[in-house]
Write a protein that binds this ligand. Sequence first.
Ligand SMILES: C[S@@+](CC[C@H](N)C(=O)[O-])C[C@H]1O[C@@H](n2cnc3c(N)ncnc32)[C@H](O)[C@@H]1O
Length: 224
Amino acid sequence: MALSDLELPEGLELRRDERGLALAGDGMELRGDFAHLLPRLRQDRLHRELLVRAARVRGVEAPTAVDATAGLGEDALLLAAAGFEVTLCERDPVIAALLADALARVQEDERLAEVAGRMQLVEGDAKETLASLDEAPDVVFLDPMFPERRRRASTNKKLQLFQRLERPCEDEEALMAAALAARPRKVVVKRPLKGPYLAGVKPSSSLAGKVVRYDVIVPPQNPA
Ligand SMILES: C[S@@+](CC[C@H](N)C(=O)[O-])C[C@H]1O[C@@H](n2cnc3c(N)ncnc32)[C@H](O)[C@@H]1O
């Protein structure tokens, strides 16, 4: 779909300039940006990242992950930096356009091009992508919008723009079912620290940080 055909909430527009594509509105701009994550990709820090620890699979040379709720791809970048081949699914066409633009720009950044080479965007609903995989991925990662983020606007001004695009997650049971049906070694779910389990599925283990928690579900047939 052409950018000019994308529907945007009132007061928001997509602009392209020499720094790439941006969502603009309310005096703010939001664009996909991977370079600001570079400090977190240093090997000593990366392997302490809770997401990387939660997703780790043993004895697999080139592990694969599906980030079913890619957003602007920041978590997917952490997984790719940790060695995963990552399929990023994003269903919102405006967010997908911002992500596609960031992925295209990062190819020109020699610090990140190799990592970004392990990231592939599939625009559309992750439930369909998960159902059409040829091989079971090692990990499916789910990070749908936190319920309380609907009620409370983010203090981060840029995230406020993102939140105006995001739809509430009304398909958490179906998303979890699609993740499990893809037969991964594990499903990793990002949740608010005190939030309920996604789709009520009790995890095998959890890693808790200050603000978020990673629930790890290891399906019985696929020990990680
Ligand atoms: C909280 S954001 C994810 C942020 C992301 N983890 C990051 O690091 O930038 C959730 C994203 O998932 C997308 N999403 C939610 N349900 C989806 C689905 N069923 N298929 C594809 N994308 C989905 C939303 O459009 C939104 O962009």
